[in-house]
Design a binder for this molecule. Structure first.
Ligand SMILES: *Cc1c(COP(=O)(O)O)cnc(C)c1O
Length: 394
């Protein structure tokens, strides 16, 4: 990496960290769209396969564009190492399967990305890894869920869609006293707003599909942490084949250059939208960690600079009123994705949370009137106008 300072700051790292240059001396990081690499002679091939000399072999193992993505993200998270994966779910699965074995135990926040539930309750359980689910903000519940065989604590903060906040430093203490690791899914805030390793987390997991790409183009994931923890995760990725494609790595690598500017602007808009929604008579409740009415407001700002771009709110009138709002928007996209430049709206109870039972939805606080907006980069006045016509629709 070319740099002028011994301790470059976040914005400098975002555009320069990890950059590799080929013999062509390209200025912009190149996309190495190749599945394999050639050797000068048989002896060089043998040395590389024997790990006696660094060099690229095959893009399931690694690829220069993927290396650049990994090194840039590690620099932004303040991590020693990073391994990239095909998707965010591949990052979570590779972490659990790379680090844990049969007989180990996981304690996970109940408010995590929906697909994590079948990963832990079905696939991992079948392999002899049990999970206990706890309320994210209840530290006593985390403590009493610990068993002698607990190896991993897993959380996402703030949670999606209800913006519950996990105390990263307190969970790291609980994990370390039990001889376990804390892994934090940092997808919603990204290292531009929150760096979990600085608060004691051992592993940071990303769905790069969201804000690291930032424009809704590709799927990608990553796991960051100390070398000794990333090594077995990488071992799983290269063997199981959950590796990231060079093209997707390149899209996210370039996306990270504008990450802080985008997510700060999106957070500012989301904060304004959350305040505006709180003032609307048709809205019963707004879930956003940046609001002073949020029960964990102080903690939220202790561990993050801003509270991200996802705002959820409950409209009066249940599903009927919520669907009426969704059906009346003209600008906002009706889609379950988030992290895009375009604002999106979702009705969680009938989309992202439709496959769990009514009782589970009630326990998770996913009501029929709940809507989730992931704020993009449009002028927020246009988004408010679009929502206002939906709130007023008859
Ligand atoms: C989307 C998402 C994931 C899963 O990522 P994919 O790239 O879709 O596999 C994991 N965690 C969070 C918080 C997400 O929003």
């Amino acid at each position: 990496m070319s740099q002028n300072s011994d301790h470059p700051k976040f914005d400098t790292l975002a555009v320069r960290a990890g950059a590799l240059r080929s013999d062509f001396q390209e200025h912009s990081e190149a996309l190495f769209l190749t599945s394999s690499f050639v050797y000068r002679d048989a002896a060089e091939a043998a040395r590389r396969f024997a790990n006696q000399e660094p060099g690229y072999l095959y893009s399931r193992f690694t690829n220069p564009t993927v290396t650049m993505f990994q090194d840039r993200l590690a620099a932004l998270e303040g991590a020693e190492s990073c391994t990239a994966t095909a998707t965010g779910m591949a990052a979570i699965a590779s972490t659990v399967l790379g680090l844990l074995k049969s007989g180990d135990h996981v304690v996970s926040s109940r408010s995590v990305f929906g697909t994590v539930v079948p990963l832990l309750d079905q696939i991992c359980k079948k392999l002899g890894i049990d999970t206990t689910w706890v309320a994210p903000a209840d530290l006593d519940a985390w403590k009493s869920a610990i068993r002698p065989n607990t190896k991993l604590l897993f959380c996402e903060t703030p949670s999606n869609p209800l913006a519950e906040v996990c105390d990263i430093a307190a969970l790291a203490d609980i994990a370390h006293q039990a001889g376990a690791f804390l892994a934090v899914d940092n997808c919603l805030l990204t290292p531009a707003l929150q760096r979990p390793i600085e608060h004691g987390a051992d592993l940071v997991i990303h769905s790069a599909t969201k804000y690291l790409d930032g424009q809704g183009r590709v799927l990608a994931g990553a796991v960051c942490g100390r070398k000794e923890l990333i090594e077995p995760v990488y071992g799983f990725v290269r063997t199981a084949g959950s590796a990231l494609s060079p093209f997707n790595a390149w899209v996210c690598l370039k996306g990270m250059e504008t990450l802080r500017i985008r997510i700060e602007e999106q957070s500012r808009s989301a904060f304004r939208l959350a305040q505006w929604l709180e003032a609307q008579p048709q809205v019963a409740k707004v879930h956003y960690a940046g609001l002073q009415s949020h029960p964990q407001y102080a903690l939220a700002y202790r561990q993050a600079n801003a509270q991200g771009a996802v705002v959820s709110f409950e409209v009066k009138g249940g599903r009927e009123a919520a669907w009426r709002l969704v059906d009346s928007v003209r600008l906002i996209s009706i889609t379950a994705n988030l992290g895009d430049t375009k604002t999106t709206i979702t009705h969680p109870a009938t989309t992202t949370h439709a496959r769990i039972s009514q009782a589970e939805r009630d326990a998770a606080g996913i009501s029929e009137g709940l809507l989730r907006v992931a704020v993009g980069l449009e002028d927020i006045a246009d988004i408010e106008q679009d929502l206002l016509s939906g709130l007023n629709a008859k």
